[in-house]
Design a protein around this ligand. Sequence first.
Ligand SMILES: NC(=O)c1ccc[n+]([C@@H]2O[C@H](COP(=O)([O-])OP(=O)(O)OC[C@H]3O[C@@H](n4cnc5c(N)ncnc54)[C@H](O)[C@@H]3O)[C@@H](O)[C@H]2O)c1
Length: 454
Amino acid sequence: MKNNVNRRNFLKTTTAAGLGLALTPGFVLGRNPSNSQGQVSIGFIGVGLRGRSHLNLISGRDDVTVPAICDVDPDAITKAQKVLRDNGKKEAEAYTEDANVYRKLLERQDLDGVIIATPWRWHSPMAVDAMKAHKYVGLEVPAATTLDGCWDLVKAHEETGTQLMFLENVCYAREVLAVLQMLKNNLFGTPVHATCGYKHDLRGVKFDGVEFGEKANNEAKWRTQHSLKRNADLYPTHGVGPVAKWFNINRGNRFEYLTSVATKSEGLHQYIVDHPEGGPDHPNAKLDWKLGDIVTTIIKTANGETIVISHDTNLPRPYSWGFTLHGTKGIWNGQYEGRRIYIEGKSKQHQWESGDDYDAWMKKYDHPLWKKYENAAREAGHGGIDYFTDRTFVECVKQNAYPPIDVYDAAAWSSITPLSEESISLGSKSVNFPDFTGGRWIKREPVFGRSKIF
Ligand SMILES: NC(=O)c1ccc[n+]([C@@H]2O[C@H](COP(=O)([O-])OP(=O)(O)OC[C@H]3O[C@@H](n4cnc5c(N)ncnc54)[C@H](O)[C@@H]3O)[C@@H](O)[C@H]2O)c1
């Protein structure tokens, strides 16, 4: 990978390169793919459930090698090695000694990029260290849990010139990309309002039985603690990411301020009380859960749209991203919200189009990427969206291309957690978003969904 050494040296010595890239997204720096072997080398930090899902997709490709993986849980490492063997790849060197051993993995010279899929509190520090080590970062959601963590990411990118792709996979949902096409073709006129959210009954994920923390496994080991300690939209990016792409946030538009309100917290307590392994006398039934069962956030954008985001993870309900979009010429309700559309002058007056009529709209505006890779995506997780996310990441690493979902997106979308927390604590007062782009949002052009890669 001698071209990569040149690329890394170049990036190390050109702080301005990062700023230049920030100004000219889509610009491709470094090695010329047509001169390369077409191979990239990716390391993995965190090979739990999500990390292994990425590992399976990425190591299944002929153009990727995975020489190094890191996880503090030896069992996760064993399972990850099996994923590599099953995909016909060599076992990777494993880094597992302690919580900071990922830094040793980052010292390797043979890695072009890393995927980070660890518990939330590790995302920002690990991504910062990875950018400082000049590894192209693929970072799981959310990018950070604090405003400082968001700023750390932006500063590390600008100081090192190293790229970070935020792995917000819902941006690649078929209907999300179809709506992007519809907006480009002015079907909805001027967009005015959208709703979105993360509406997922996570009670069975937040607890092993009724236990969490050290007595539990997987996400119950670390994720539940956030519901105990914080009253905020803890997981905003699945919903707001796609809307941000529709509304060109950070590229001609920006989030200006938000206000958030939380319901009382009943769901997790009730779950423990009702569970056969719990009951009213179980110690966890005595806990004071900070997270309101439904946290509703309203964002006002610089271009005048509003976005309503719902965080709804503690009550019984079917899954939904809550997507709706309303413009001057029509309205759309997405996959989990009725699958219906109304376009003024085209739909029967005041009547929703649903069923086959809805499908015909979606087919007409199907994104070219989905048309092209539909079969390849079919086997991948979350209805195919993970295929597009990981494919985009690998292609970006190969070409050292500017990512379509970048560090400014990661920071702005993830900052909703600390900002919503602040707003709730202030009795729902509005709270301003920082401008992570330093004013460059005004001139940056939209790129997402507009190139052959993404
Ligand atoms: N985009 C999506 O659709 C999606 C889906 C699931 C999870 N996620 C995200 O992926 C991340 C991981 O979630 P998960 O479900 O795999 O959780 P998990 O608990 O199954 O896996 C996390 C892994 O990180 C390891 N880890 C913890 N601290 C570490 C450290 N200091 N160094 C190295 N390894 C460490 C753990 O041992 C564990 O194996 C989370 O941020 C979650 O929000 C995203």
